[in-house]
Write a protein of this length. Structure first.
Length: 243
């Protein structure tokens, strides 16, 4: 039996349903017999198509729901996690995935002025927690990643862009951890002088390498609800005086 011709663009429900040859034959047979099953099937497909279309064309900027969009859901459900299951090891390829995500961040003039120190031994994690008063969760973390700016690779016209470059990388790291079922928190180092000095000394960093943050990572313990930060008053269209 001949197959139906290419589906016209005006029938999106057929485009979206990815029918195979067998399904085409079945539908054509049913169509020829004008079966009630065919009518019911077509009605169901049309209803499904209409409901799919109405959600897929929704403007993400005008909806408060990220349902069905995995990337948006991951962004909107991320939260700082400071309690971790003790004694758990994060596999090496998972650590590499986290680093790959961090290095996917945008950077000024694509300089990628970064170095990442992975701390995966208990003693070093504990020593770091001793010098960082707001990073005590390091004592229970499986690893920590320290995103650092490498001034020797920074954009020479405006070296301070390294801070934004490394901030983008750090957020990518947090999002990747969350998407992999890990918990993480950004603990601030730069620009607090004493913290930069303590971390640099502990990790033996050369003078051109500045630690931006310490990110403890582990398998989350307990429930961690994301905060709702949506604030329409912080949004301005075209001019400060417009809302
Ligand atoms: C630059 C920066 C520094 C931070 N420093 C610390 C810190 O030293 N210790 C800590 O527990 N959390 C720290 N945080 C995490 C914030 O407390 C957290 O992001 C904020 O409360 C919002 O919560 P959320 O991450 O769950 O959305 C820091 C976050 C940023 C961006």
């Amino acid at each position: 039996m001949e197959l139906p011709p290419e589906t016209p663009a005006t029938a999106p429900f057929i485009i979206h349903t990815k029918l195979n040859t067998r399904h085409y034959r079945l539908i054509s047979n049913m169509s020829m017999k004008k079966s009630p099953i065919f009518t019911a099937l077509m009605a169901t497909m049309i209803i499904t198509m209409i409901s799919c279309k109405s959600t897929s064309t929704a403007d993400p900027a005008t909806t408060d729901s990220s349902a069905g969009n995995a990337a948006l859901e991951n962004i909107m459900t991320r939260t700082s996690v400071r309690q971790y299951a003790p004694g758990k090891t994060i596999p090496k390829d998972t650590v590499e995935l986290l680093l790959r995500a961090a290095m996917s961040a945008p950077t000024a003039v694509n300089r990628q002025p970064w170095q990442f120190i992975v701390i995966d031994n208990r003693e070093s994690l504990d020593s770091l927690s001793e010098v960082l008063p707001y990073a005590k969760m390091l004592e229970h973390a499986s690893i920590a990643i320290v995103p650092c700016g490498d001034l020797s690779k920074a954009f020479e016209d405006e070296p301070s862009y390294w801070i934004q470059d490394l901030s983008a990388a750090t957020e990518n790291l947090l999002l990747a951890a969350h998407s992999l079922g890990l918990g993480a928190v950004w603990t601030g180092v730069y620009p607090t002088k004493e913290r930069v000095a303590a971390v640099s000394q502990q990790l033996g960093l050369p003078a051109n390498v500045i630690p931006l943050a310490v990110v403890p990572i582990g398998y989350p313990l307990g429930d961690h609800k994301p905060k709702d930060k949506w604030n329409p008053e912080a949004v301005h269209f075209n001019h400060w005086s417009q809302s």
